[in-house]
Structures are given as C-alpha cells and as structure tokens.
Ligand binder design. Structure first.
Ligand code: 9WO
Length: 242
C-alpha cells in the first residue's frame, strides 16, 4: 500500500513512522509512505502563501484551493498506476471505526490531505476529495495526528505486517468487544494477586473466564458496542434458523 501525505507540517511525521511495526512494514516494502509539503505547491516560491481570508467575513484563515489542487494532482501523478483515493481528515467526516479501516485495505494507494487553520475551500472537497474521515468528536489543530492514526490502523491489517504473535494479540479486538483484564508477573503485586483461575492451567476454564470478562467489561463500559454485539448474535441465531 502507498500512502502520500499532504501537509503543511512534514516535521510532525518524522518520529511517527520511524519505529516498531510501521518501520518494519516500510523496510519490508509492504507500505511506502511519502510526506509532501503543501507549501511546495503554492506557486509562489517567495512567500509560499497557502492561506487566505474566508469570503463572508468569518474570523480565521482557510487553505487556498490552488496549492491543494496542485498538491493532490501531483500525488495522483506519482500514484497514477494505482488508482489512488483522496482522503481528507475532518471532524465532519465519517467516523473511523474498524470496518472503515478494513474498507481502506482494498485500496492500493491513498492520498491523505491534512487540513490546517479553519479548514479548506469547499470546492476542493467537492472536486478532489473521495472520502472524508473523522477519528472522533474533538477539535484538533490539524489533520496530521488523525493521518498518523489512519496510517497506523490500516498498516497493521496489511498481510505480512504483523508477526504471528502480534496477529494473535490483535485478534481479540476484531470481534468488537473490549479486552478482558490482563496480568503478568509477579503473582502478587502490592498485596494484589493475579486471579487464581489464570494460574490454574485449566485452558478451557480460562478461555471461558476471558470471554465472560470481555462481555461484562463491554456491557458495563461501552453500551454502544454491547448493543451491536447483541444484534450480531441475534442475526446469527436468526440466520441459523432459516
Ligand atoms: C477551526 C475553527 C476555528 C473557529 C471556528 C470554527 C473552526 N473550525 C475549525 C476547524 O474545523 N479546523 C480544522 C482543523 C480544519 C481542518 C483540520 N483541522 C482539524 C482536523 N481539526 N480536527 C481535525 C480532525 C480530523 C479528523 N478527526 C478528528 C479531528
């Protein structure tokens, strides 16, 4: 998978992909990440102006359409054989959940536009953006951190990126439930013991305990996920009866 990231702050990405799983994925050529500075497309080499005042007299500044269009067109040319999709990270987008991440996995290349200031000219959204995505309902300073989140979430799902152990560890989240409580050594820490069942060696009982804990955790803390889980289970029962 190819990711082209268009940003006014390329420096923010320096550490983000330089370690651990994403570093390894790049080394193995399973992902290629390029960071491009929108300012390089300002067409105004002197000042590199990329922002301007909004029509209608609002406070703040907007990203001008011409540099964005030029940056996106350059990305499309770099990735021309890969039918790239253009993504804009904004609180107004579709909420990023695991099924959205999975849907992006079928793309060969993504051009990810990071906004700044008060946003971007609407004509860019209408003419150039394929998909608008939000990572959650809060205001940030720009789309850079959400872009890192998106690249991380998608990269982990690319076949060959996780090793067997990491894949096994990731599996539990895929059923849409929260995790069960987890413990490592020592058996007793500050007077608190690891639940006896985990020390018992009864693998069948342990599996049942983990499932029970995951269900109880989800029901107590995330009623929204619990409701979806119940609906999936009921669908399964209904399908097995027809
Ligand atoms: C700034 C602002 C200032 C005064 C009045 C209204 C305003 N809206 C914004 C605004 O939405 N700024 C955005 C900053 C413009 C696009 C990039 N920025 C951004 C992206 N903030 N938060 C996100 C984001 C992206 C994806 N998921 C969650 C948040």
């Amino acid at each position: 998978m190819f990711f082209d990231i268009l940003t006014l702050f390329p420096g923010m990405f320096e550490g983000a992909f330089a370690d651990s799983i994403i570093k390894r994925a790049q080394e193995r050529k399973l992902v290629t990440i390029e960071i491009h500075n929108i300012r390089d497309y300002s067409g105004d080499k002197r000042h590199g102006t990329v922002d301007d005042y909004p029509y209608g007299g609002d406070a703040g500044m907007l990203l001008k359409p011409a540099p964005l269009a030029a940056a996106i067109k350059a990305g499309k040319e770099r990735l021309s054989s890969l039918n790239p999709k253009v993504i804009f990270l904004t609180p107004q987008g579709e909420l990023l959940r695991q099924p959205v991440v999975e849907s992006l996995l079928s793309e060969q290349a993504l051009i990810i536009l990071c906004g700044r200031y008060k946003g971007i000219d609407q004509r860019i959204r209408e003419r150039y953006i394929d998909r608008e995505i939000s990572i959650g309902d809060y205001v940030l300073s720009g789309g850079e951190v959400p872009a890192m989140v998106l690249v991380d979430a998608v990269t982990r799902l690319i076949p060959g990126v996780l090793n067997d152990r990491e894949s096994a560890e990731a599996d539990s989240l895929y059923n849409g439930l929260l995790s069960y409580p987890q413990y490592t050594r020592p058996e007793e820490f500050e007077g608190n013991r690891v639940p006896e069942i985990l020390l018992s060696g009864h693998h069948v009982n342990i599996k049942a305990w983990k499932e029970e804990q995951a269900l109880a955790n989800t029901r107590a803390r995330r009623p929204d996920l619990w409701k979806e889980y119940e609906e999936r289970i009921n669908d399964k029962i209904r399908n097995s009866k027809s």
